[in-house]
Design a protein around this ligand. Structure first.
Ligand code: ATP
Ligand code: FE
Length: 350
């Protein structure tokens, strides 16, 4: 089974060819054309600019993915495309191109939920059976899900405000560290003392698996301003100590909520994905949670945790095997919660 995947839901234009055989899944090609240079001057992703860039670059990505894989469309069995959630202009560009290719080449079309693609990634790289608990921790997401099948997810909790990566980025900005903030904060934290500043552990005193990170960021801001008021600025050590305290708080909150979710789901394995999983302190805390619960721990390589089309093609392959395919009325969905039966529709649909 050879699947062409397309991804354009945020600021990466991506195409990939994935082959599934008896020996497992092989990524034949994975092309990611980033747009960060286009958005850099605006301090964030500009939806209109992203949509136009996707429209311009998608077919280049597809051509390159086919070339690198050494296949033509005649060798492709189905086309998988991210149909949401995401920035609507980009998702529409991907869905339209996928429909065009599917119609032109007479291929089945499969709409993939972008979050499902992230959540299924551990199965692309590991022989991981269902069910498993998935912690998605990135710049845009923070969710705890029981994954029971390619379309069967139960959401146990998630952030009620910022995603952890977003909080890392904001804390880095507060302390004058470079972006992306996560790696910068982790570097500083290595020389810091995590107990000098007492930061809150948001929502830890409440039952359930929901998380919150915006208060933590505000607490760092308050400490910073107090230090500035007292001593006129921050020393290198102040900065390191604040980073260490913040990182320890995030790790502790993530670990405790994951521990609860693992107990609630009774899943035999914990999978972690998303850019924040690159953080060694957080990863270690989560590994300990899995170990204490007697659960396996799976973390796909980081290059597959950030946005790419190989994970979309892989999710498409699972859906295709399960008999799912979509028609030319496949809708682009800006919002598409993983466990909702009735996603919001835009631009057609059923
Ligand atoms: P999404 O894919 O959910 O829309 P995204 O593309 O921003 O969001 P990723 O690319 O998965 O997410 O991750 C990027 C985020 O991960 C950034 O916020 C970055 O600061 C954070 N991050 C990267 N490395 C580390 C690290 N070592 N420690 C903490 N955070 C990190
Ligand atoms: Fe993503």
């Amino acid at each position: 089974l050879t699947i062409l995947g397309l991804e354009s839901s945020c600021d990466d234009t991506a195409a990939a060819v994935v082959r599934q055989g008896a020996a497992g899944t092989e990524i034949l090609s994975s092309v990611v054309l980033g747009q960060s240079d286009l958005h850099a001057a605006f301090g964030g992703v500009v939806p209109e600019i992203a949509a136009r860039a996707h429209a311009e670059k998608l077919d280049i990505a597809v051509r390159r993915a086919l070339e690198t894989a050494g296949v033509t469309l005649a060798r492709i069995d189905a086309i998988a495309v991210t149909a949401g959630p995401g920035l609507i202009g980009g998702v529409l560009a991907g869905v339209m191109l996928a429909k065009g290719i599917a119609a032109g080449a007479g291929l089945p079309l499969i709409g993939v939920n972008h979050l499902a693609a992230h959540a299924l990634t551990p199965r692309l790289t590991h022989a991981l059976p269902y069910p498993y608990l998935m912690l998605l921790v990135s710049g845009g997401h923070c969710q705890l899900l029981t994954v029971r099948g390619p379309e069967a997810f139960t959401r146990l909790g998630g952030t009620i405000d910022d995603a952890p990566g977003e909080a890392f980025d904001k804390v880095a900005r507060l302390l004058g560290l470079p972006q992306p903030g996560g790696p910068a904060v982790e570097r500083e934290a290595a020389a810091g003392c995590a107990t000098r500043f007492a930061l809150p552990r948001p929502l830890l005193d409440r039952p359930g698996c929901d998380l919150s990170f915006s208060g933590l960021k505000t607490a760092v801001l308050r400490q910073r301003d107090m230090l500035i008021a007292e001593q006129g600025g921050l020393t290198r050590q102040d900065r390191a100590d604040l980073c260490a305290a913040f990182q320890a708080a995030v790790a502790e909150v993530l670990a405790e909520k994951t521990r609860r979710a693992l107990a609630a789901s009774a899943a035999p394995a914990l999978a972690v994905a998303g850019g924040v999983a690159a953080n060694a302190a957080i990863r270690a805390a989560l590994e300990r949670v899995a170990e204490d619960a007697g659960a396996a721990h799976v973390a796909p390589p980081l290059r597959l945790c950030t946005d790419n089309a190989a994970i979309v093609a892989y999710a498409g392959a699972e859906l295709f095997r399960a008999g799912r395919h979509d028609g030319m009325d496949l809708a682009a969905r800006p919002r598409w919660p993983l466990d909702s039966a009735q996603p919001a529709l835009i631009g057609g649909g059923r």
